[in-house]
Design a protein. Sequence first.
Length: 134
Amino acid sequence: MQCLVAIKRAYLLGILGVLLLVAILLYFSFNPEQGLLFPKCPFNQYLGIYCSGCGTQRAIHDLLHFRFVEAMSHNFLLLPAFLAIIHHFLVKWKVIKGKSLLSYRYAPLIVLAIVLIFMLLRNLPIAPFTHLAP
């Protein structure tokens, strides 16, 4: 029975790995600014405001091309989020020792507060917050 569970887990991880590779190849090959392949943000399209994720597709494209400054200009929150997620999985897989920042009791509430504050600040029409807009 355990062997069957291990096979199912390996199969699922294989499928997720292939999907991740396809997504990376898509974002590397196609610029979200110049094509209709990627969806537009419904918050921005219908409400005219920038959500916390606006600019993420362009930022991922820039990160895959090692353009870190451009990626940060599209979505300042993306790189810290990636680093926190990578740190979480490195701790979970016991590559590094310690406790993940995302495993603390109030981590989900803190992340939610950061995301909502970022969304509020990037929509303020005054400097320096205008630099947070994608």
